[in-house]
Design a protein around this ligand. Structure first.
Ligand code: FMN
Length: 412
């Protein structure tokens, strides 16, 4: 399929919507409950403005940087997503696109492709794990990723199994066997290009999790793995320190939005954190990650690499996050839409859109280097930021706290 260039991520999303069966598109959109956090992640970026110069920009600008011990062509990384059935080449296509554009890759443990294939396609692959199964199982999964050449581990611990969305959750079959294809044929027939792409490979979409397979065993199905995860007691900070030690290399804790948690993560020995709310898919009501970034970056940014993910759709969003203290951002839906719209070239297209937008922001701000971005380059409206978990700082305005206490007292 020849790729047709798209000029923004919004256009890629529109194409993905037209191309994918509605259940697969809905699975990418995700979000949880009312979608407050999901919406705030992008709305908050739009609230931020720029303070541009009009004369004196340099003819060329440097976008390259490094984070988590890796060089990168720009401060962007692929965030791990456990979404399957978007495209037959799946995470391998994403890894190739990221490698072609000099960007590190994050691979979800719920991904459809094995770490060996993905790490071979991108020499800067980070393997992502949840806290699930026994320590022995986790140690085996880490050893396999290390052997495959993963350069870092991402631990995601912010999942709280919130369920339900006001706009409904898609029904996702475990595998597309003949019976499922027949019962779901109206969806497939409405999206023939997507269906044909899988048909050509001779392998219908399967929801397997090859990176969670036990030695000598077949890959567990998505729902089987999800059940194992649900049964695992949540980790303690000692567990995180153990995980980092067991991995023995670069370690990113993803999902931190409070300052006190960021400080505990430093104590646990992590090399970096991503200020994140899981793209709004988790605890609805968590503020946009860009609102939480400045306080976290102020507190620990000189000790570890502070990254951000959630709501990044434009190169200017990357500039805003870096100006407010992020070493880099991770992107989720942006590349998933690119993948759905055009496979590997579609993901490359998304990365080019971000690159062009970041370069344009640097030019407008009169910066020769992405590392020169500062908070003063961004207009931050009053009341924008949220300093979560700052000792001694009230999270609610005092009058609201008083009102709540009065109500509780009245209610006995
Ligand atoms: C469909 C979907 C699946 C995801 N699966 C995972 C996952 O398996 N592991 C993980 O750490 N994060 C997962 N995430 C969260 C992303 O890594 C990232 O935090 C989020 O997408 C960032 O927000 P954005 O989509 O607005 O860029 C998922 C996100 C989406 C949208």
């Amino acid at each position: 399929m020849a790729h047709k260039w798209f000029e923004t991520v919004a256009v890629a999303q529109e194409r993905a919507k037209r191309r994918l069966p509605s259940s697969v598109y809905k699975a990418l959109l995700a979000g949880s409950e009312k979608g407050t956090t999901y919406a705030d992640n992008t709305a908050a970026f739009a609230e931020l403005g720029f303070a541009p110069h009009v004369v004196g920009s340099t003819p060329e600008r440097n976008l390259a940087t490094s984070f988590l011990g890796q060089p990168a062509a720009m401060p962007v990384m692929i965030s791990p997503t456990g979404v399957q059935a978007v495209h037959p080449e799946g995470e391998v296509a994403v890894a190739r696109a990221a490698a072609a554009r000099g960007i590190p890759m994050g691979l979800s443990s719920f991904a459809s492709k094995p770490i060996e294939e993905v790490a071979a396609a991108n020499g800067q692959t980070f393997f992502q794990m949840y806290w699930m199964g026994s320590r022995e199982q986790m140690a085996r999964r880490m050893a396999r990723a290390r052997e495959a050449g993963a350069v870092g581990l991402i631990a995601t611990t912010d999942w709280s199994f919130s369920n339900g969305r006001d706009w409904g959750s898609p029904i996702i079959p475990q595998s597309m066997d003949l019976k499922t294809i027949v019962t779901r044929s109206p969806e497939a027939l409405l999206r023939p290009k997507w269906f044909l792409e899988f048909a050509r490979t001779g392998r219908p979409p399967q929801l397997q999790t090859p990176n969670l397979a036990e030695p000598g065993q077949p890959a567990p199905g998505f729902f089987e793995a999800y059940y194992e995860w649900m049964q695992t007691p949540p980790p303690t900070w000692q567990d995180i320190a153990w995980m980092k030690q067991e991995w023995g290399g670069t370690f990113l804790l993803k999902g931190v939005c409070r300052v006190d948690d960021a400080q505990r993560a430093v104590d646990a020995g992590v090399d970096g954190i991503s200020v994140s709310n899981h793209g709004g898919n988790n605890l609805d009501g968590t503020p946009a990650s860009i609102r939480c970034l400045p306080a976290v970056a102020d507190a620990v940014g000189d000790q570890i690499d502070v990254l951000l993910d959630g709501g990044v759709r434009r190169g200017s969003d990357v500039a805003k996050a870096v100006a407010l203290g992020a070493r880099a951002v991770l992107i989720g839906r942006a590349y998933l839409w690119g993948l759905a719209a055009g496979g590997q070239p579609g993901v490359e297209n998304v990365l080019d859109v971000l690159n062009g937008g970041l370069d344009s922001a640097l030019r407008g701000l009169g910066k020769a280097d992405v590392k020169d971005l500062r908070p003063s380059d961004v207009l931050v409206p009053d009341g924008f930021t949220r300093a979560l978990g700052v000792p001694g700082e009230a999270q609610e305005p005092p009058e609201q706290v008083e009102h709540r206490i009065a109500e509780a007292v009245a209610a006995g």
